[in-house]
Design a protein around this ligand. Structure first.
Ligand SMILES: [Zn+2]
Length: 171
């Protein structure tokens, strides 16, 4: 089932997500619905808070963009910085309207320890696009969106645009 993706500035995007304590059928369904939702939206990553579930579950697929076939699911993920060298690239987010993209500074190398879809421990070390995706999705679990990392001026201009849009589209 394709789920609704919550859009900025919805306050649910600013909440800290809680750990999952067990693998239930409900979580299995959430994982499969989130994957369907992410692929339908042609996104490279999705975090549970983006579909209104404040739990520590993220998924990324850094393959593509034409064909995505590398789904990775992380439950209760913990991030460690392996290479703190800053790297800047443009990011967008399925929860940020207008397909808005802006440069964000991230670290080059990270490791993520988590549980997979079968509740087995996984350890992934990543650089490049995958490392950026992981940092972006982990941020959602802390209630952070990439807009929180862009320059104050860019953020102000974007918020003004959103406010105008919301005014025009409110009943
Ligand atoms: Zn995002």
């Amino acid at each position: 089932m394709i789920l609704d993706i919550i859009q900025y500035p919805d306050p649910r995007l600013t909440q800290r997500a809680v750990e999952l304590t067990e693998l239930t059928d409900e979580i299995r369904t959430l994982v499969s619905d989130m994957a369907e939702t992410m692929y339908a939206a042609r996104g490279g990553g999705l975090a549970a808070p983006q579909v209104g579930r404040a739990v520590r579950l993220i998924m990324v697929d850094a393959s593509g963009p034409d064909e995505r076939n590398d789904l990775r699911v992380f439950i209760n993920p913990r991030l460690t910085v392996l290479d703190p060298t800053p790297v800047e690239d443009e990011e967008g987010c399925l929860s940020v309207p207008f397909n808005y993209r802006a440069p964000v500074s991230r670290v080059t190398g990270v490791a993520v320890d988590a549980l997979d879809m079968d509740w087995n421990p996984v350890h992934v070390e990543a650089e490049g696009l995958l490392a950026v995706c992981l940092q972006h999705e982990l941020d959602h679990l802390e209630g952070t969106v990439f807009l929180d990392h862009v320059s104050r001026l860019k953020r102000m201009l974007f918020d003004t645009r959103i406010k105008k849009w919301l005014r025009r589209n409110s009943p």
